[in-house]
Design a protein around this ligand. Sequence first.
Ligand SMILES: Cc1ncc(COP(=O)(O)O)c(C=O)c1O
Ligand SMILES: N[C@@H](CCOP(=O)(O)O)C(=O)O
Length: 466
Amino acid sequence: MQYISTRGSAPALDFEGVTLAGLANDGGLYIPAEWPRFSEGEIAAMAGLPYAELAARIMTPFIGDSLSQDKLRELCAAAYGRFSHAAVTPLKQFDEQQWLLELFHGPTLAFKDVALQMLGLLFETFLSRSNDHLTIVGATSGDTGSAAIDAVAGRERIDIFMLHPSGRVSDVQRRQMTTVLAPNVHNIAIDGSFDDAQAMVKRMFGDSEMNGRFRITAVNSINWARLMAQVVYYFAAALQLGAPQRKVAFSVPTGNFGDVFAGYVAAKMGLPIERLIVATNVNDILHRALSDGDYSAGSVTPTAAPSMDIQVSSNFERLLFDCGGRDGTALGEQMRAFEQSKAMQLTNSQREGASGLFTSTRAGADDMASAMRWASDHCGEIIDPHTAIGLYAARSTELAKNIPVVTLATAHPAKFSDAVERATGMRPALPSRVGDLFAREERFDELPGDYDAVADYVAQRATESR
Ligand SMILES: Cc1ncc(COP(=O)(O)O)c(C=O)c1O
Ligand SMILES: N[C@@H](CCOP(=O)(O)O)C(=O)O
């Protein structure tokens, strides 16, 4: 399998190459040169497989000969062996049509673990071949940070620098990052939003001095391997609900467009998906883009679903590339203009391509709180604010009654206990697997939202640790 850049001028790479590269060197994102496709019979044969085996089957065509089948199965068993639920991503029924896919049974209580446990092992495997050293530079609105840190803390050939927006993540989210005191973990609170942090990370990839000296890679969903691993749970859920004979819809709480793009990939691979519902909070650039073509970023409004407080959604570029005729040169121009003006209008082919599968809904604070109360009052389930946005969108989208709608439960409610308590009157307790989080020492540095300050910090620490 070869991967190409959405901006058309970076070299094509194999799976090992894209995993270690993160972002393409023309500023684009890597995407498979063509979509692998399973037949209906091949999909039917996956029903009932244990999660780790299903993961190996789905990942095989993307990995090509970068890993042997034995090694791939070993890594999947290790990655998904750390989940606290035997099903890894269990499915629950809410009513005749509504279902919940719980993606938060990993070590850091959010869906990010599903991909990052695997990515940490992939980095380790590929680095052991070259004896090289990697510098991970990532941005987080709260969940990617802890999941990535958990996946690589203490690994000898890796340093991780994680930027979070100061004061804009929950206490649990911050502590899950800042109480990991392994010497290769460097937490930075920046003065700014997640978008500011993400822009600095992308700029560092294009900074030939930094990238040349430190071999920078990504743990954000700009890294293709993240999305590949997220495709698996769409198959897992749909197979339980009758796929490939029955179509299923998914409602996905969306920020950086990675999770829902993994659903799009599942559809491209042959999974019969009726609709992908993109659920946003008031930071609704994706809702505006999908409903009337207006992709223009305003300033970020802090909400009770902080992980979705994002305006510039990295993975939307992958969709625009695939739906808009895979013209990297044209998309490169369109994206560079967007980076300057922070506004663009989707082309007709991009809009038509997206409308076949995607629909979108924006949820305000009251919509989110009422969805939390509905889940609690009618189904006895406490859900987190991000999941609530997905559930609100799922329940407000008109679909035929025989189509099951699966809301992705992206985080454990205890990560956002204040917001959950405000909406439902109930305060969810932290599961014992995160331990004594509030008794642990924290360590992080604060930096201004300034690229040079962050680059100097990374350069100094990365040099010291070699
Ligand atoms: C809990 C939670 N829900 C939803 C999202 C949105 O997912 P994505 O950025 O893949 O669209 C995030 C952050 O990414 C998150 O942490
Ligand atoms: N919500 C995310 C933001 C980063 O998204 P990613 O999926 O691209 O890593 C977070 O929690 O950090």
